[in-house]
Design a protein around this ligand. Structure first.
Ligand SMILES: [Zn+2]
Length: 199
């Protein structure tokens, strides 16, 4: 990957806003969680596909794993090599999804909201609880860069930009955070009715 720059950050925010969020709004209306993901080609940043959480069907269908399921349903002749793709997640991947991204051969992933955001802003504490309870890891305790992949938090990337660009990205992130907060409220209001094991 080349050094992340403003066009890349804006493109990834576009995909969240235009491709993932509409799917997630429908998913949340059905009672699913608000996590989503997408796969893009590195070469031209075109979208391969976007998907959203579908835990009502299967508790393993987190946004990322459900995206990967759909990806491998694409005919092999049109499905790009994962090494040639960017993996984008709305929220920092949980231990299940970190492993899924690893086992499918991506060398990167990007995300907007952190594990702490999932716990504090979205009332989903399971990522951090599992990392601590199963893997004895404190927040931030996994290798964000390792032999398999390098991960990037979009807000952190934005802080390295020139001030005006960083401010513009910050404003876009705030708009997205408000949209996700509304979806979160909707999910939390409905979750007593679902049978998702960790809801
Ligand atoms: Zn996950």
């Amino acid at each position: 990957m080349t050094a992340p720059d403003l066009p890349l950050i804006n493109r990834l925010l576009d995909v969240i806003e235009q491709d993932i969020l509409p799917k997630t709004a429908k998913g949340v209306a059905h009672g699913n969680k608000l996590f989503g993901a997408a796969i893009l080609k590195k070469s031209d940043l075109s979208l391969v596909l976007a998907e959203t959480n579908n835990e009502l069907e299967n508790p393993l269908w987190h946004g990322e794993v459900h995206t990967l399921k759909r990806f491998y349903e694409l005919p092999k002749d049109v499905r790009p090599d994962t090494k040639d793709c960017i993996f984008l997640s709305t929220h920092e991947p949980c231990s299940l999804c970190l492993s899924a991204i690893t086992w499918t051969g991506f060398d990167n992933f990007y995300y907007l909201f952190s594990h702490e955001d999932s716990r504090d802003a979205f009332a989903i504490p399971h990522d951090l609880k599992i990392l601590k309870g199963v893997f004895t890891l404190e927040p931030g305790g996994y290798n964000a860069e390792n032999a398999f992949w390098k991960s990037y938090a979009l807000p952190a990337l934005a802080t390295a930009l020139p001030k005006a660009d960083a401010e513009a990205v910050k404003a876009r992130v705030a708009t997205l955070a408000a949209a996700y907060a509304a979806l979160s409220q909707r999910y939390q209001d409905s979750k007593a009715e679902n049978d998702i094991p960790l809801n």
